[in-house]
Design a protein around this ligand. Structure first.
Ligand code: UTP
Length: 466
């Protein structure tokens, strides 16, 4: 609680809110207990109202996206299994490994989402996805961080972004698992910001009489969260120069992939992106494009069907660089994004948001009634002076858990993990059995390590190591 009397705070806030047409959120202030009023006032005092106004103007007005400049496909470091391609990737790997050995790279997991499509109670990272062991998403990622730390002889720092709703449960998951063997000093939790949901006039909604309807500000909120939490400062203190960004729902994410780190560093890129080949024009994946010489992400929902289905001379989709949300970021670039000069755009999502109406009655909408505001990490690409796009194999790197059933579901993700393990077994000359197989990250981080670890003995369906 502050020392300023509540009445004075209410008056100050009322004046500020009314300048922005938002004073209605204090409508029930007189009915609240002192604690509830204090909580509401603190929430409102934390808002940057002029900035919110600008953001609302951009989402409520015409499209704010700059679509000037001719659209063309991005330049991609494509998969290339020729001798030259292998030599190129070996050089990148060596550059990446050097950065890892010298502790210049941090992993950054964003795990603040609400996971509404999956409908799982609790942070998505707790979701059991290991085909045989039910290893959780958090466990896959943490064990890769641990395996990479062992391999490169360095306790590589691991930053984990949560949101208000799942922070405590995320930290609890790490505690229960004793951080999966990581040194606690290695792990830094940070919580992303929240933005208010508004009605179609841009007026903030109240979730309760004494609380705004707030939701996480999107994965693009990660930059502000890195700064506000002191994580960027912590990275500088540890000598981290590069950030490996990935998302919680993808158990195949090859955390600290040295080849990607190396390509990014060799190109001097401020931001890099991994892509997989989009094969079907209707697939719901955003693709990379280039407009006016600057890389940008074309969201599948906004993509003109003619552009989405256009093919090049080889019969491949012209816009086929499907974004898998694995990025490299220079720390200096992340700092540039939050020093006040640049501002990621906000996007609108029309959602059902329960709230209290002007009479104080609870409304449970059956149709979208509100606008949620979100920032997207890939919008940062447009601000990067130099970018790099690297193609990778989907089956090796991308099997997200998004939906409860169908595409991108636990079933497809488990199948992809098992299929990868079988490919590794085949390459190692092992007999591939029927049914599921699972390889733990501590047993082997990649196929080379898998083959090197095996002596030819058949270990059974679970290749694991604590
Ligand atoms: P998604 O866009 O798939 O959203 O997030 P989601 O919240 O997980 O799931 P739905 O859309 O509600 O079903 C992709 C990644 O970005 C993170 C998620 O945790 C996931 O790792 N994310 C998303 C955040 O960290 N914060 C956000 O505000 C949104």
């Amino acid at each position: 609680m502050t020392d300023i009397p509540s009445a004075e705070r209410v008056a100050q806030l009322r004046a500020a809110l009314s300048e922005h047409g938002q004073e209605h959120v204090l409508r029930f202030a007189d009915e609240l207990s002192p604690d509830a009023l204090d909580a509401l006032l603190s929430e409102l005092e934390a808002l940057d109202l002029p900035r919110l106004d600008l953001r609302l103007k951009s989402v409520l007005g015409e499209s704010h996206e700059d679509t000037s400049g001719e659209l063309e496909p991005p330049r991609v470091v494509e998969l290339d299994n020729s001798e030259a391609g292998r030599a190129r990737d070996t050089a990148a790997r060596e550059a990446g490994e050097e950065l890892l050995r010298t502790g210049k790279v941090a992993a950054f997991l964003v795990a603040g989402g609400q996971g509404t499509r999956l409908g799982y109670a609790g942070p998505k990272g707790r979701f059991p996805v290991g085909p045989l062991t039910n290893r959780s998403l958090f466990a896959y990622h943490a064990q890769r961080v641990l395996a990479a730390s062992r391999r490169y002889g360095n306790a590589l720092p691991y930053y984990v972004m949560t949101s208000r709703a799942n922070h405590a449960d995320t930290v609890a998951a790490f505690e229960e698992a004793s951080y999966w063997g990581l040194d606690r000093e290695q792990v830094f939790f940070l919580t992303q910001g929240m933005l208010p949901a508004v009605d179609d006039q841009g007026r903030m909604l109240l979730a309760e009489k004494g609380a705004l309807a707030l939701s996480p500000d999107g994965h693009g909120g990660c930059f502000e969260a890195l700064q506000r939490s002191g994580a960027l400062h912590d990275m500088a203190r540890r000598g981290v120069e590069q950030i490996f960004y990935f998302q919680v729902d993808n158990p195949l994410a090859p955390v600290f992939d040295p080849v990607f780190i190396g390509h990014h560093a060799q190109a001097g890129a401020e931001m890099s992106t991994k892509v997989v080949e989009k094969l079907d024009p209707d697939e719901k994946v955003g693709v990379l494009g280039r407009r006016g010489g600057v890389d940008c992400l074309l969201e599948y929902s906004d993509l003109d069907p003619a552009i989405a289905s256009a093919r090049d001379d080889n019969g491949k989709l012209r816009y086929r660089a499907g974004n898998i949300a694995i990025h490299m970021l220079q720390r200096a670039f992340a700092e540039r994004l939050v020093n006040g000069e640049l501002e990621l755009p906000v996007h609108r999502a029309n959602k059902k948001v329960p709230h209290v109406d002007s009479a104080g009655a609870r409304v449970e909408p059956s149709e979208p009634n509100a606008i949620k505001l979100e920032m997207f990490v890939f919008d940062a690409l447009g601000f990067a002076a130099t970018t790099l796009v690297q193609e990778v194999r989907r089956e090796d790197e991308f099997a997200p858990v998004k939906n409860a059933e169908g595409n991108d579901s636990p079933a497809t993700s488990r199948a992809a993990l098992s299929a990868q393990a079988k490919r590794w077994m085949t390459q190692a000359g092992l007999h591939v059995r029927d049914g599921d197989v699972e390889v733990g990250p501590l047993f082997a981080l990649d196929v080379e390590a898998f083959c090197a670890t095996l002596t030819g003995a058949d270990f059974g369906p679970v290749f694991d190591r604590s």
